[in-house]
Design a protein around this ligand. Structure first.
Ligand code: 5GP
Ligand code: MG
Length: 185
């Protein structure tokens, strides 16, 4: 798997340090949580981010899952966000923090925050580990951002290519020949 990597963009040490910092920022932004926080990680890409982040968060929390797909199979081109599985918990009247691995065109966060708003939560905030500034739209703004990155397709730390590489401990760019087999449709 490591042999498929062209370069490491963000090391595991930098990820760990930044995720810890983000947890501090997030905790400070919720001074008056009564019922605790509802975390909504967007599956599958945000699972590692979720696991590392919540172990630095001190407040009471519940976790609800939502699944969105924008890429399927061997592709690095977004097909637009599609809801695969809606939220499995009630967030009415609760403070909701949506987590995603990466903010690119904003289609995913736009879809998810609109879906969540229908459930009348008390508040909705968003946290993303990565943000590609190249295409970042004006109407989708994440409240918490780990790293701004260049417009390259990255894998690792939860992010996949054709469902592989999620278990890489760093954020990396694959060798061009790995993407060369890409299915264009
Ligand atoms: P958006 O909907 O903002 O265009 O993209 C967000 C989603 O697309 C992310 O949740 C992620 O699943 C996927 N995505 C966007 N850029 C990348 C990337 O560079 N690598 C991977 N693996 N997924 C990406
Ligand atoms: Mg995703």
């Amino acid at each position: 798997m490591e042999a498929d990597i062209d370069r490491v963009l963000i090391s595991r040490e930098r990820l760990a340090e930044r995720v810890r910092e983000m947890a501090g920022q997030i905790a400070r932004s919720y001074p008056d949580l009564d019922a605790g926080l509802s975390l909504v990680p967007i599956l599958s890409g945000s699972v590692i981010f979720l696991a590392d982040l919540i172990r630095h968060l001190p407040m009471k929390m519940k976790i609800g899952l939502i699944t969105v797909s924008s890429y399927s199979g061997a592709t690095t081109t977004s097909k637009g966000a599609k809801l695969l599985q809606d939220l499995n918990v009630d967030v009415t009247g609760r403070d909701v923090l949506v987590l995603d691995d990466i903010l690119d065109t904003g289609n995913t966060l736009r879809l998810v925050t609109a879906k969540l708003a229908e459930r009348k939560p008390r508040s909705i905030k968003t946290a993303v580990l990565l943000r590609k500034t190249a295409k970042a739209p004006d109407d989708v703004v994440a409240d918490f951002v780990g790293f701004d990155i260049e417009d390259v397709f990255v894998v690792g730390y939860g992010l996949d290519y054709n469902d592989h590489y999620r278990n890489l401990p760093h954020i990396a760019v694959l060798k061009p020949e790995i993407y060369a087999a890409e299915v264009r449709s």
